[in-house]
Design a binder for this molecule. Structure first.
Ligand SMILES: NC(=O)C1=CN([C@@H]2O[C@H](COP(=O)(O)OP(=O)(O)OC[C@H]3O[C@@H](n4cnc5c(N)ncnc54)[C@H](OP(=O)(O)O)[C@@H]3O)[C@@H](O)[C@H]2O)C=CC1
Ligand SMILES: CC(C)CCC[C@@H](C)[C@H]1CC[C@H]2C3=C(CC[C@]12C)[C@@]1(C)CCC(=O)[C@@H](C)[C@@H]1CC3
Length: 345
């Protein structure tokens, strides 16, 4: 039977490259591009169908940063598909990034230079804001929207006799010190991206502990540094093009500069081919590219703590309750308003 694969944030960058690679791997796939921007999603679908004319590529509207959109999309998925084989939780944002130039030059002449290029530790901050659900936007997009989606799809993801897989596009920028269990949304810090990615690493561990027995397996990957809209938000694309020879040079010292979306999707593609029982729930799977341009995947142990992952999970359940209650109150007010208008008209 054909596999059902859903990819969030599939209209560009690593998500789109993954879709292309998956169709090369298995042309019988039922591939669903779950995207916020439908115009870009349509363009991505057209591009995929140009090289895979008989492929089944569906589109689904999903804004992971909106609770209402996640609930509607999940309903749609349940109506369309009888099963889910892979759910790639790839959509992500890094708004208003700022590079600390002085820290960069200090790092350049320190012993920590390779780690700095691989993780951007101490180099990057972002400015976050509240979204219309009253949640921090980065937390909501990179983590909570995906969590809610999983919760809504539990009946499909945990079917007896069937294995389903979750794959998170995390980052080597995920850092314990950027995350606080007292402030899971990162309201009070300047590294919401790092915090949200660390939270996805924790959540994946907790999901494995609770859901493996029901046939649901979760993994996290880091695609390395890839030239996409996300990185063009850090430095303009012409600048990246200008320093490309330097980037190729750096690749000799660190294999984390994967640079192209195709290379960055390596670990996502590799996981598609693995048996879930053979995977380590405490490992992050890194897409790596050698100086000679060879792609490979390498597991590296994550700095995560099981106890903290349990606390995070219970906090997410709490927040889910609050968010659902707020949404139903908001919808009730909207409905009352609609009824009032229809009566006075
Ligand atoms: N590029 C890099 O170096 C690295 C990237 N990553 C991660 O890889 C993932 C993919 O990013 P990348 O390909 O680089 O960047 P892109 O900006 O190209 O892709 C991000 C995708 O996420 C989508 N997206 C953003 N917000 C939402 C939302 N609210 N709802 C639905 N979709 C949304 C975007 O859609 P839209 O067109 O609507 O904006 C886009 O399709 C992210 O999770 C990122 O954090 C991790 C490590 C390194
Ligand atoms: C290489 C150039 C001469 C100078 C570039 C300096 C910085 C802008 C980059 C150095 C390390 C990079 C990096 C990321 C962004 C750009 C840098 C800070 C990421 C944080 C992008 C998103 C991720 O998730 C990480 C895996 C990247 C880690 C490295």
């Amino acid at each position: 039977m054909e596999k059902v694969v859903i990819v969030t944030g599939a209209n560009s960058g690593i998500g789109l490259a993954l879709c292309e690679r998956l169709l090369v791997e298995d042309s019988q796939l039922r591939l669903c591009l779950a995207c916020r921007n439908m115009q870009r999603a349509e363009a991505a679908r057209t591009a995929l169908l140009t090289s895979h004319t008989s492929a089944q590529v569906d589109l689904l509207h999903l804004d992971v940063g909106s609770v209402q959109s996640v609930l509607t999309a999940a309903k749609d998925i349940k109506a369309r598909y009888g099963r889910i084989d892979f759910l790639y939780l790839n959509a992500g944002i890094m708004p208003n990034p700022q590079v600390d130039i002085w820290a960069f030059f200090r790092g350049l002449f320190s012993r920590n230079v390779i780690n700095m290029f691989a993780t951007a530790e101490g180099l990057l901050t972002q400015q976050d804001r509240l979204n219309s659900d009253g949640l921090q936007e980065v937390f909501s997009t990179n983590l909570f929207g995906h969590f809610l989606l999983i919760r809504e799809l539990e009946s499909l993801l945990c079917q007896p006799g069937h294995t389903s897989r979750l794959v998170w596009t995390s980052s080597s920028n995920a850092r314990h010190s950027a995350f606080s269990i007292e402030d899971i949304q990162h309201r009070n810090g300047t590294e919401p991206y790092s915090s949200s990615k660390y939270a996805s690493d924790l959540l994946s561990l907790a999901l494995n502990r609770h859901k493996n027995s029901q046939g649901l397996f979760s993994s996290v990957i880091c695609p390395g540094l890839v030239m996409t809209n996300l990185t063009y938000g850090i430095l303009p694309s012409f600048f990246w093009t200008l320093i490309m020879p330097i980037m190729w040079l750096i690749r000799i010292f660190t294999n984390t500069f994967t640079l192209t979306p195709y290379n960055g999707a390596e670990a996502l593609h590799w996981l598609f081919l693995q048996k879930p029982e053979s995977l380590d729930p405490r490992a992050k799977y890194h897409s790596l590219t050698s100086g000679r341009g060879k792609n490979y995947t390498e597991p590296r142990q994550m700095d995560i703590d099981a106890e903290m992952s349990e606390v995070l999970l219970s906090k997410l359940f709490e927040l889910e309750k609050v968010v659902r209650r707020k949404l139903s109150e908001r919808n009730a007010v909207k409905e009352a308003h609609r009824q009032y208008l229809s009566e006075v008209e």
